[in-house]
Every structure is written in structure tokens, then in C-alpha cells.
Design a protein. Structure first.
Length: 326
């Protein structure tokens, strides 16, 4: 993997959803700060894991990178092109290179379309090949993800959850993209199927030199698949480091609390280690706390934490953290 070649560079990415009131004349009375000044980069052929609890803005970050949500502010550099500045046909052309695997395999496939139509739709949209060539391509893709190529005339309801997610992966691969956002692709699946799908994603990455943003809740799975890991809390990145560095030497109190909740398959170590139980609930993204967003729940917070927002800084090579006390 190249250390220099950066495929995707996100700079101060911000996405606020307006809160409006009034039936006829709607006026904005606030905003849900789903993603707030997030910056990171992903190298070619790398997997960046993005973790955090529900509602912290992980999926919104992925969708805003792909311009499924248009950013409120910030830039998304794909190679040397700012995707946030593209519109219409120009943006559509770039969608060939950036794709997404959705979280819910039950909701992301159109129940009225056959599997053949679902997987060939990107090819039709981008006018690639004729009817016969598309059919051959769809059968090759189904074979690639471990499905029977003769299933093209079946409908999504005839498949299990794991098989549907494989159809979603085939659709994402149809245009031979370079970068794929994996938006919690295993969270809706049985545990027995999760490993199969993750192994499939790793095999495809090796075969086609893919780059992933892997969004997930499961910290042990993220450790298995990612090269670097980023931790998100209430719309902000709080820590980003190499996978082993983050898991062995977490610096941010929130990262430490998250990792303390991961079970260890060793009863002796499990009994000895100290769990960090966070007090209170996650604040509302419509009204986030002043200063560090984690300070109301932080076990080591000091006065400065409630007053000043911590700077996103590199404390050691490739280890970034946003905390006054690190």
C-alpha cells in the first residue's frame, strides 16, 4: 500500500440539517449539527474504520462524502477534484468511481425489480455495454460475490439477508469503482453471516485494489478489517490512528470508554480490567454543549473543557486527537 498516494481528502466537512417550524411559511429555528468540521484522508488501497455510538454522524459523513447529502461547508477532494463543487452531469460521471454499500439489505433493494435489473441499473445509467454485454457482466458479478449467476430473474424477497447484501455489493462493484463507503454493511445480518461478508469485502479489496471507508458499531470487526481507525462523537472526530496504535494506546477518554466495553475472550484478563461506565446521555446534536462536546460525560473533564473547543492535532506520527488533556 502506498504511503504517499491519498485517494480521498476530507477538509472541515460540515453537514447541518435545518429545523423548521410553521405550516405555510416555514422558517428555520435551528439546525441539527450531524457532522461538524470533520477532517481526515484515506490512502489508496486502505481501509479506514469509522466507529462511534448511534446518532454520532457516521453514516451522514459517508453519505456527504458521496454527495448523497450536499455538505453545508467543507471540501471533499477525490484525487485533485472537489466533489462538493460538482453538479449535474459532472458529478454523475464521478459516481462511477465512488460507490456505497447500504446498511439495510432489506430496504436498499427495490422489491419490484429483479436481481438482474438491480445490478445492471448502474450500467444502464452510465450507458455501458449493450443488453447482452450487461447480462454477461451481471452474471459475472453475481458469481464474484458467491451467488448463482442464474438468479438474475429472481426478486429480492426470494433471498436471505446475507444474500441480499451480496446483491448490494455486486451492484456497488458494477461500475468498477475505486472507493466504496461500507455503511454498516454487516449490522443487519446474523453473526454467522457477518464474517462471510467481511471476508468477501477483504477478498474483493485485494483483487480490485479497492479503498474502503468502513462504518460500523462493532469495534472488534473494525479492528479486523481496518488499517486505521477514526472515532466519532456527536458529529466530531475525537481520535484517529493506526488500528493497533488506537486499540493498544487509546488517548481520548471516549475512545478508552468505548474500548473498555469490548469483551476479551480471556476470563482472567476480563476480571482484572476496569470498565469505564459513562454517566448521562448523549447530548442533542441540535444543541451540542459548548467547548468539548464530550465534557458533560467525561470522567476527567476540567474547566477548560467546557469553555474552549479542543484543537484537532497530531500528537505522534499519524495519531490525531481532539482533547485538551492529552
Amino acid at each position: 500500500m502506498s504511503q504517499e498516494k491519498i485517494l480521498l481528502n476530507v477538509e472541515n466537512l460540515t453537514k447541518h440539517f435545518p429545523i423548521t417550524e410553521g405550516i405555510v411559511f416555514q422558517r428555520q429555528v435551528g439546525a441539527v449539527q450531524a457532522v461538524d468540521k470533520v477532517s481526515f484522508f484515506i490512502r489508496e488501497g486502505e481501509t479506514l474504520g469509522l466507529v462511534g455510538e448511534s446518532g454520532c454522524g457516521k453514516s451522514t459523513t459517508g453519505r456527504t462524502i458521496l454527495q448523497l447529502h450536499r455538505p453545508t461547508a467543507g471540501k471533499v477532494w477525490y484525487r485533485d477534484v472537489d466533489l462538493a463543487s460538482l453538479k449535474g452531469e459532472e458529478l454523475r460521471r464521478y459516481r462511477r468511481h465512488i460507490q456505497i454499500i447500504f446498511q439495510d439489505p432489506y430496504a436498499s433493494l427495490n422489491p419490484r425489480m429483479t436481481v438482474g435489473s438491480i445490478v445492471s441499473e448502474p450500467l444502464e445509467v452510465h450507458q455501458i455495454g449493450n443488453k447482452v454485454e450487461r447480462k454477461e457482466r451481471v452474471q459475472d458479478l453475481l458469481k464474484l460475490v458467491g451467488l448463482n449467476p442464474y438468479f438474475i430473474n429472481r426478486y429480492p424477497h426470494e433471498f436471505s439477508g446475507g444474500q441480499r447484501q451480496r446483491i448490494g455489493i455486486a451492484r456497488a462493484l458494477a461500475l468498477q469503482p475505486e472507493f466504496i463507503v461500507c455503511d454498516e454493511p454487516i449490522s443487519a445480518l446474523d453473526v454467522s453471516i457477518q464474517a462471510q461478508v467481511v471476508n468477501l469485502l477483504e477478498d474483493l479489496q485485494d483483487r480490485f485494489k479497492l479503498t474502503y471507508l468502513f462504518i460500523a458499531h462493532d469495534l472488534s470487526m473494525v479492528r479486523h478489517i481496518s488499517d486505521r481507525t477514526a472515532v466519532m462523537y456527536l458529529g466530531k472526530l475525537v481520535e484517529l490512528a493506526d488500528r493497533d496504535e488506537l486499540y493498544n494506546h487509546p488517548l481520548h477518554p471516549y475512545t478508552q470508554a468505548l474500548l473498555s466495553a469490548v469483551p476479551i475472550p480471556d476470563p482472567v484478563k476480563e476480571r482484572k480490567r476496569k470498565r469505564i461506565i459513562l454517566q448521562g446521555d448523549v447530548p442533542s446534536p441540535a444543541n451540542p454543549p459548548r467547548g468539548c462536546r464530550f465534557h458533560p460525560r467525561c470522567p476527567i473533564a476540567e474547566k477548560i473543557c467546557s469553555q474552549d473547543e479542543p484543537e484537532w492535532r497530531e500528537v505522534s506520527p499519524d495519531h490525531w486527537v481532539a482533547c485538551h488533556l492529552v
